[in-house]
Write a protein that binds this ligand. Structure first.
Ligand code: GLP
Length: 247
């Protein structure tokens, strides 16, 4: 068994109360966050963990099940429990949230916080090249990978492209594809941020936690802007990869 995990569990047991399965869950999570357990690494068996931590197997199973539900651990039949790989997002491809997560074997879904039609704000008008008074469809979504919310996302789409935001059942790009308006090119900006109180609450993180803010403007083949999206991703679960070429 990884001694780092054992030590972390002992430390938590000495300093905090509450059910043992929650302490074990926290010990595993923090061992992963500190790099003592690496993505892809196999965890000791339930039986070994129970023995070495002097816990019942039911307690160990409960701790692990919670982390599997959160997407932090994965189980493969017959092969045991692994630390989940992070969701690797290639920065240079114009893919959707749904596609990125499906590619990682997850089953993404969204909760709509708002879905409305309105007149462009000054910011949307500048970002989308729309005249004041033009109408946009807006989506405000909380986006999930497994059970845990991964990102908060605000999208604006010209009404000339998406007349009714209710056409987006779950994936924006799927809806745009059906309308023959899937973007072909995008400009994206990525920054490190600290979540504000609302974002932190929605993402179930302490206020001020670190995250990644993404802004994407994407275009149709004729140059029209099709979306202006701002996303705030949990920094601890997302991993962006950019492909670089010399020419
Ligand atoms: C990513 C991009 C957004 C885009 C979204 C579409 O999150 N950053 O700009 O709007 O994907 O995802 P989906 O089709 O799953 O709604």
């Amino acid at each position: 068994m990884k001694s780092a995990l054992l030590n972390e569990y002992r430390r938590l047991t000495a300093t905090s109360h509450g059910p043992a399965y929650l302490r074990l869950r926290r010990a595993i999570r923090s061992s992963i966050e500190r790099g003592a357990l690496e993505p892809g690494q196999v965890l000791p068996s339930e039986r070994d963990l129970a023995q070495q931590l002097a816990l019942s197997r039911v307690t160990v199973r409960k701790a692990i099940a919670g982390l599997v539900g959160d997407g932090v651990l994965r189980q493969r039949h017959g092969a045991g429990t692994f630390v989940a790989e992070r969701i690797v997002k290639p920065l240079s491809r114009l893919t959707s949230f749904t596609e990125d997560l499906r590619a990682r074997g997850l089953n993404p879904h969204s909760v709509f916080l708002e879905r409305e039609v309105g007149e462009v704000t000054p910011e949307e008008s500048m970002a989308m090249n729309l005249s004041p008074g033009a109408e946009v469809s807006r989506l405000y979504r909380l986006r999930y990978g497994a059970d845990e919310p991964l990102a908060v996302e605000r999208s604006s789409i010209p009404r000339a492209v998406l007349a009714d935001p209710a056409l987006v059942v779950d994936s924006l790009y799927e809806a745009l594809e059906k309308l023959g308006c899937r973007p072909v090119r995008g400009l994206q900006r990525l920054r490190a941020v600290n979540f504000n109180a609302e974002q932190a609450r929605l993402l179930k993180l302490p206020a001020g936690s670190a995250g990644l803010a993404l802004e994407r403007r994407s275009f149709l083949a004729d140059g029209r802007v099709v979306e202006f999206t701002r996303s705030w991703y949990r920094g601890d679960l997302y991993d962006f990869v950019a492909e670089l070429q010399s020419e």
